[in-house]
Design a binder for this molecule. Structure first.
Ligand code: A3P
Length: 277
């Protein structure tokens, strides 16, 4: 459904400059106070970004969506990243193998994991409703193509992504792993944990406010999205729930998915509840 280009053997979106930008990462200057928000697509990137900007700014308010592209290093040349003021908040979906080495050692990295079935369904709605890709094949086709071309989807497979990062980040004091489902369960608790990790602690009242401002309902209502990106019904803030995959996966698709994923995730050091609803 989405065309990919290849850099150093890894697949990324085939969009202008992405390959050049990633190729230039040897010129990227990592900073100790950079905060990286890393995840497989559709795992809560925008959500985490809002939480982190509230914490770093000390203001419980949503960010101006129009500036968002400046924070995705794969879509932004290295010299522009150099000009950003600290603390930089950098969002990326790139695989571990492409991630700037220096940043992995010195910067703060927040890695978010979401149940792959929900991320997959979220991706389907995103790609079907955005104007750039406008996938028109329907769910069954999306499922079949994505499973068949599983190695060549932009940003690679969920399991390669998650396995790679979890192994590299394990026991690293500069890394924090957060689950989307934990944010759904108790957002304030995760906000506090993120604040402590990035060194922007604040009061309990402030964490309450951040959780309110970053709730799905508030974000869906308040975030201004660029209309030109979407077809009718398209949005970055679609449903924001756990277990929506159950409305899309057939029993056979679920079995096929489980068989592949459970095999690829043997010995993974984090529990992912695939049946989550
Ligand atoms: P759904 O399509 O399942 O609704 P990303 O930002 O990585 O593209 O992820 C988008 C997904 O995160 C969407 O999932 C979106 O609704 C969800 N999301 C965004 N803000 C959220 C919030 N405040 N609470 C819960 N989910 C949120």
């Amino acid at each position: 459904p989405l065309r990919s280009a290849c850099v150093k053997g890894k697949f990324v979106p085939d969009w202008p400059l992405v390959v050049d930008n990633i190729d230039n990462y040897d010129k990227f200057h990592a900073r100790g106070d950079d905060i990286w928000i890393v995840n497989w697509p559709k795992s809560g990137t925008h959500w985490m970004f809002e939480v982190v900007t509230c914490l770093t700014s000390g203001k419980a308010q949503l960010h101006d969506g129009i500036k968002e592209n400046t924070m995705f290093p794969e879509f932004c040349p290295v010299d522009i990243l150099d000009d950003m003021t600290s603390p930089r908040i950098l969002d990326t979906h790139i695989q571990l193998e492409l991630f700037p080495e220096e940043a992995l050692k010195t910067s703060k990295i927040i890695y978010t994991v979401r149940n792959p079935k929900d991320a997959f369904v979220s991706g389907y709605f995103h790609l079907s409703r955005d104007n750039l890709v406008g996938f028109r094949g329907g769910w069954n086709n999306f499922f079949r193509t994505s499973m068949k071309e599983i190695k060549e989807v932009p940003y690679g497979t969920w399991y390669d992504h998650v396995r790679g990062y979890l192994a590299a980040l394990e026991n690293k004091p500069n890394a924090l792993v957060v689950k989307y489902e934990d944010m759904i369960k108790d957002l304030k608790k995760e906000v506090r944990r993120i604040a402590e990790f990035i060194g922007h602690q604040n009061s309990e009242e402030f964490y309450d406010e951040v959780a309110r401002v970053c709730s799905f309902d508030h974000m869906q209502k308040s975030k201004k999205e660029l209309k030109i990106i979407w077809k009718p019904g398209g949005s970055m803030y679609r449903k924001g729930i756990v277990g929506d995959w159950k409305n899309m996966f057939t029993v056979a698709q679920n079995e096929e998915f489980d068989a592949i994923y459970k095999d690829r995730l043997k010995n993974l050091n984090i529990s992912i509840d695939f049946e989550l609803a």
